[in-house]
Design a protein around this ligand. Structure first.
Ligand SMILES: Cc1ncc(C[n+]2csc(CCOP(=O)(O)OP(=O)(O)O)c2C)c(N)n1
Length: 208
């Protein structure tokens, strides 16, 4: 993992790697039994880096996540039962909980400008809260990331980024797409992982 140590640890994380895997296994079982009639993106292989990262994210901070948000939501303190009930309602790819300052979007780069605006608002209010954006490695390569990151640093905004690098955008290798991977800026946390799940679903056909 790159660049995490500069961010101070602010809390203990009350989840183990196995707790996270157990939660996702439960969602796999619901999905494969046809109980979730909507898209599901599952996490795997990144439990340890995420536990380290979320020990730096205060519960009061804002977290902006992606279509693959289950682990982020659990680690940011959203109630486990509530997350499962939202997933059962078909909201796996758009989990949002205003009480916990947690937002996600299934639109690639969709969270970035919203997170930037949130950080501007917090700075204007003199708040100590921070905004954290978790993004994939292809989202990191986009022009929107480039502008949002530049603006956040130039205006000294409380906006921080984590790149979750699985080397692909759905099935397309990010490096083959761009010929070269962009250098990781010093303030951007970056970790690599490999998931046992495909981009979408579990790899098994589900009959509803
Ligand atoms: C604007 C937009 N374009 C395309 C898609 C389809 N899409 C969903 S996830 C994804 C992959 C993005 O890759 P990356 O940022 O590396 O994320 P990860 O590999 O972690 O899913 C794509 C292309 C989308 N959801 N939104």
């Amino acid at each position: 993992m790159k660049n995490l140590e500069q961010y101070e640890k602010v809390r203990e994380v009350p989840f183990t790697k196995q707790d996270l895997i157990d939660f996702e296994d439960q969602i796999v079982s619901l999905w494969e039994n046809g109980k979730i009639k909507a898209p599901v993106h599952l996490s795997n292989g990144n439990e340890e880096p995420l536990i380290e990262i979320f020990s730096r994210i205060d519960y009061n901070d804002y977290v902006f996540s992606t279509w693959r948000s289950h682990y982020h939501a659990l680690l940011h303190g959203l109630p486990t039962d509530w997350i499962e009930s939202e997933i059962l309602k078909g909201k796996s790819i758009s989990l949002c909980n205003l009480d916990h300052n947690f937002y996600s979007s299934a639109i690639v780069t969709g969270i970035l400008p919203i997170a930037l605006g949130t950080a501007i608002g917090l700075k204007r209010q003199g708040s100590k809260q921070k905004v954290w954006c978790l993004i994939g490695d292809m989202t990191f390569e986009t022009g929107i990331f480039y502008e949002v990151h530049k603006y956040a640093r130039n205006f000294d905004l409380p906006l921080y980024f984590v790149v979750e690098d699985n080397k692909v955008s759905t099935q397309t290798p990010t490096k083959a797409t761009w010929n070269k991977i962009k250098d990781i800026p010093d303030d951007v946390v970056h970790y690599k992982y490999k998931s046992k799940y495909p981009h979408y679903g579990t790899g098994k056909w589900v009959v509803f």
